[in-house]
Design a protein around this ligand. Structure first.
Ligand SMILES: C[S@@+](CC[C@H](N)C(=O)[O-])C[C@H]1O[C@@H](n2cnc3c(N)ncnc32)[C@H](O)[C@@H]1O
Length: 429
């Protein structure tokens, strides 16, 4: 139970140190607001997730797993990574000697560990396993975890904070990385013309000042903060992006409609695509093709915050201590991929991909090797979580982007959802 009025009474309270970090982060945002009055939502979200030392991913909070805020597929079971490794092994073989794996945003290191162990079992280890991790805190945890692998695997792993240069042959992996990139939020107004598209951002609550060093909070009556959301006419690029989106959808979005745009994902993909000389990029995330993402009944977008396994919509809640995510518009990802010269070789559900990549056989082996009933119960729970439509099986999608002749990736035909990406420019791919 907490006495901090910003934390609902039945939610776990952050410790004083964490609260002080959150306050320093709010001070940082207020400093920017003293100069520019309004911070577009994407700038705010990037700041509270990635500000050095203070942002959610750049600071020291637990984040992943039972003691953190959310659970990802690699945390659910190594079967996820083992099944991905089935496809990774095919691509590595097709790319020949020297082929590498590059994983972006490796979280706790669980996916890297599962993939490497399975690749070793299949005698198909890469020449290197490179982790691109912008969070120093997560990088430290990954180093600790992967140091426990057998030497022959651990020494393949290296870290960097930025994407590698061009010339990569092999596989690029990103599980739940795109959803962690900051999004802009637009709102459709009833007006016509330049004021029809608005965008959301953050302002200072009038009278809110920076906290004195060491001062732990005077909270204002609205649980939340010294920050508040506000709406302004959209920047020109947001207006243009909404116009293009509506042209692709073939319909106008109705007044009151609010959703997201994710230019940072497109910029990231353009940069990462340049690294890949030949091989496969596997993107796994929760998301939809544009017609469903921007469906008329999804009138409030897909933004979601996670704090200690509670999902809610308040992006101003304890900045730096909660994750903020948005679903991925896979049509936008596909369009960017095609314009970066990649081929959209597959798009399916997580369940479809895992079943098409031997998860049944891998699970059967794990059941045989399990020590006792309790372990078997855990295994079947994990399988349900990864595969069932109401769990991660359908909400999560897998996209395969390829360059060169590394063979067609497997596990994308049941169901093949590429037709749903229509309008993404695939006909050019
Ligand atoms: C939701 S976590 C997912 C972690 C892990 N992939 C998993 O599935 O458990 C998002 C990760 O993406 C990382 N990330 C976000 N933007 C990134 C970027 N531009 N380059 C590399 N990593 C990034 C974060 O630091 C974090 O490790």
């Amino acid at each position: 139970v907490t006495s901090d009025p910003r934390v609902p009474a039945n939610w776990p309270a952050p410790g004083p140190e964490a609260l002080a970090c959150s306050q320093r982060l709010v001070d940082r945002v207020l400093e920017r607001l003293a100069v520019q009055r309004f911070l577009p939502f994407d700038d705010y979200m990037h700041e509270v997730l990635y500000a050095p030392g203070l942002g959610y991913y750049a600071g020291g909070s637990t984040k992943l797993g039972a003691a953190g805020d959310f659970v990802t597929a690699p945390e659910v079971s190594p079967l996820f990574g083992q099944s991905l490794a089935v496809q990774i092994a095919r691509t590595l073989s097709a790319c020949g000697s020297g082929a590498e794996v590059v994983e972006f945003g490796a979280g706790s290191g669980a996916l890297a560990a599962a993939v490497l162990v399975e690749l070793a079992r299949r005698e198909c280890l890469p020449a290197a396993y490179v982790i691109v991790e912008i969070s120093p805190d997560l990088q430290a945890r990954q180093r600790e975890r992967l140091a426990a692998l057998p030497d022959a695997l651990a020494r393949l792993v290296s870290w960097r904070a930025t994407p590698p240069g061009p010339g990569l042959r092999g596989v690029i992996l990103a599980n739940e990385v795109l959803d962690a990139m900051a999004v802009a939020r637009f709102v459709i107004a009833p007006e016509q013309g330049a004021r029809r598209v608005l965008e959301e951002g953050v302002e200072a609550v009038p009278g809110a000042g920076a906290c004195a060093p060491g001062e732990v909070g005077e909270w204002n009556a609205t649980p939340g903060s010294r920050l508040q959301l506000s709406i302004q006419p959209a920047r020109p690029w947001v207006r243009d992006a909404v116009a293009r989106l509506e042209a692709d959808l073939g319909r106008r979005l109705p007044p009151g409609y609010r959703s997201e745009l994710a230019p940072r994902r497109e910029a990231w993909l353009a940069t990462v695509a340049e690294c890949l000389e030949a091989g496969l990029m596997l993107l796994v995330d929760y998301g939809l093709a544009a017609p469903e993402y921007y469906a008329p009944d999804r009138e409030d977008g897909t933004l979601l915050c996670h704090y200690r396994h509670r999902a809610h919509a308040d992006a101003l809640f304890l900045p730096g201590l909660q994750d903020i995510t948005a679903w991925v518009d896979f049509s936008a990802v596909a369009r960017q991929a095609v314009s970066s010269g990649l081929r959209v070789a597959g798009f399916t559900t997580q369940a479809g991909f895992l079943v098409g990549n031997e998860i049944d056989a891998l699970a059967a082996e794990a059941f045989d090797a399990a020590q006792g009933e309790a372990e078997r119960v855990l295994l079947s729970g994990a399988l349900r979580r990864l595969l069932l439509p109401g769990e991660m099986g359908e909400r999560f999608r897998v996209m395969a982007l390829t360059r060169g002749d590394a063979g067609a990736p497997g596990g994308f035909d049941r169901p093949d959802l590429r037709h749903s990406l229509q309008g993404a420019g695939l006909e050019k791919g």
